[in-house]
Design a protein around this ligand. Structure first.
Ligand SMILES: [Zn+2]
Length: 443
């Protein structure tokens, strides 16, 4: 871990407070931290030198709301409630440690290839997920799918055990939060207990909130209030809480998010695919909330490419508000790279001396980045958000370690991962206990 790496002669997008971009710049990594960022070259002095001519060096993307996935492209046609009842829950109930391990490696490997350095992953079998994250080298914040007992998912005891066994492992790259699936599978008691556990452990909470109109209606039926009001009353919200989706927030609920300084993961492509609507992103940002971006899950997005999510995060709001001033490229890039790190308490998200060395190298020698005006910051930002996709990522570095280089993994056999994930999928499908669709439809 003590390797010294010099990335030389690149376009260095720092995303620091001064918004510095160094053309022909240098980044020096020592161990797990950045030692220098700037316009000057530095002597090699025995360091490993990576020539990044015609490349962009920038902070890695953070996928702020994530589920390891195994069942992509299965039951794609269903709305959220029916999809969850007949596909997602039966599938994750049939998951064992081995299938979770290969599902996580397949998931994390697509993320790493697309420039993601940290994921906020709510799933099951956290030991297997931690093993997968440790092997591939990604930074993973893990939480369980906790629900009340009758739903046969995870319990707070499962989550506590995972925290005690894996939090802080892999040189601190793995963290464990308390996960709450969502309010329709929760009770007031469970929510209060989740907050108490998080406080006892000194960790945070990851929860789905206000994702769909049906969730809001169910919350009113079950609890007499809207989801974020229930989360507020039970103590779930706070500066250590990441609330995913938040599509259908009332003004009063936005005020509760603001009062508690809760972080929000905006997942526009998942919301679009599942027909859940368009979040009130302009109002969330106007309220000063920290909003990061997430792909959600490959089951409800079919791609883990965060470059695609960035484009959705801009274009959906421009389209629905008829306003091209929304979602400007530099702001979207910061949401994807900086805000997720803030919410997860990771000391990364900008290229600056002293920060964690989580970064990516983007190849500009393609049509995606052509034309490219020399030394034009605006042009670089525009191409990254509106023109690029994950295939432009050439190298991914996490904690100072090169885990993907020149489009090849240094830590896993990609072919093996894909083969094993396919096998795991078939085995899980064979074990699934799927209820009849009509029996789960809400009238
Ligand atoms: Zn989700």
């Amino acid at each position: 871990m003590s390797e010294r790496i010099i990335l030389r002669n690149g376009t260095v997008v720092t995303l620091n407070d001064d918004d510095d971009v160094h053309f022909g710049g240098t980044v020096v990594i020592e161990g797990d931290r950045i030692a220098y960022v700037g316009p000057d070259d530095v002597p090699a002095d025995g360091a490993r030198v990576i020539d990044v001519t015609d490349r962009i060096v920038m902070p890695g993307l953070v996928d702020f709301h994530y589920h390891t996935a195994l069942g992509k492209g299965w039951s794609d046609h269903l709305p959220l409630w029916e999809y969850l009842q007949t596909c997602w829950y039966p599938m994750i109930r049939a998951l064992d440690e081995e299938s979770a391990y290969w599902a996580a490696l397949a998931s994390y490997s697509e993320s790493v290839k697309c420039g993601v350095t940290a994921v906020n992953d709510m799933y099951r079998q956290l030991g297997a997920l931690a093993d997968a994250a440790e092997r591939i080298g990604i930074r993973a914040v893990l939480s369980n799918d906790v629900a009340t007992d009758e739903h046969d998912l995870d319990t707070l005891a499962d989550n506590e055990r995972a925290f005690r066994e894996r939090n802080g492992s892999a040189d601190g790259r793995i963290k464990v939060l308390v996960g709450i699936e969502w309010l329709p599978l929760a009770s007031v008691e469970l929510l209060r207990d989740a907050r108490a556990l998080a406080n006892d452990l000194g960790t945070g909470i990851h929860i789905h909130l206000n994702e769909s109109l049906s969730e809001v209606e169910i919350s009113k039926e079950m609890f007499g209030r809207r989801p974020t009001e229930v989360a507020y009353d039970t103590g779930i919200l706070g500066p250590d809480c990441i609330a995913a989706h938040c599509v259908w927030l009332s003004d009063a609920e936005i005020a509760l998010m603001r009062e508690t300084r809760t972080h929000i993961s905006h997942n526009p492509s998942s919301n679009a695919k599942l027909g859940n609507g368009v979040a009130r992103l302009p109002e969330l940002l106007a309220a000063g909330l920290n909003v990061g971006l997430g792909h959600d899950a490959a089951e409800c997005n079919n791609s883990r490419d965060m470059f695609e999510v960035m484009k959705f995060a801009s274009l959906m709001h421009r389209a629905t508000r008829v306003d091209a001033s929304l979602g400007q490229a530099p702001d979207i890039l910061r949401m994807a790279c900086r805000n997720g790190n803030v919410g997860l308490g990771i000391d990364a998200g900008e290229l600056a001396a002293g920060k964690k060395a989580d970064m990516i190298v983007v190849d500009t020698r393609s049509q995606m980045f052509t034309p490219l005006m020399p030394e034009s910051k605006d042009h670089v930002y525009s191409h990254l958000v509106f023109a690029a996709n994950g295939s432009c990522v050439e190298t991914t570095i996490v904690d100072g370690r090169v885990i993907y280089e020149n489009r090849e993994f240094t830590t896993i056999d990609e072919g093996e991962v894909l083969r094993e994930a396919n096998r795991a999928f078939r085995e899980v499908i064979a074990r699934m206990d799927v209820p009849d669709l009509e029996s789960v439809r809400r009238s």
